[in-house]
Design a binder for this molecule. Sequence first.
Ligand code: AMP
Length: 187
Amino acid sequence: MRLVLMGPPGVGKGTQATRLKDHYGLVHLSTGDILRQEVAAKTDLGLRSKEFIDHGHLVPDEILLDMMENRLRQPDCQKGYLLDGFPRTIPQAKGLEIILQRLNQNLDAVISLTADEQELIQRLVLRGKTSGRSDDTPEVIKKRQRVYWEATAPLLEFYRQKGLLKEVDGTGSVSEITERIIKTLES
Ligand code: AMP
């Protein structure tokens, strides 16, 4: 199975991705995690991405597309994968289509987790106290929310038109949300 998990910052994508990965035996590819590892290791890719991440801006599409094409070609991705935090823009979604064509693969579904925006900001401010993430400060959180609605939300329509979009209520307990996602995927 090949899935995309979408939703505004703080909606719990990472938590749900881990659970879905275990349930379906998929590789979990979080572009945020991959980029943070590159930054920590001070690789060329990390050095080119750090400023964007720290300011809540998106890392340029070409960087993401190269990075993801390399990753999706790795043998472990043959068993199926869950994309978390990618694609984030229309050019990334179109670039992903080209990559998938080259790999002779299709997406099975795009799950969009939904929740109230104010609640999300509060959740992220709380997470920022313990996450150690350089971009979990109130100012950068607001910026990341804006970027989501401007650059990423248009993808919902893109995938709706392709018949791939499945919207799932992202409020409630962690296990309730997982159940809801699995039910939606299997309906
Ligand atoms: P996340 O962990 O998904 O919230 O991502 C943290 C940060 O990494 C984002 O605010 C962006 O700066 C960068 N990032 C992650 N994924 C992408 C992507 N698909 N396109 C551009 N930037 C990204």
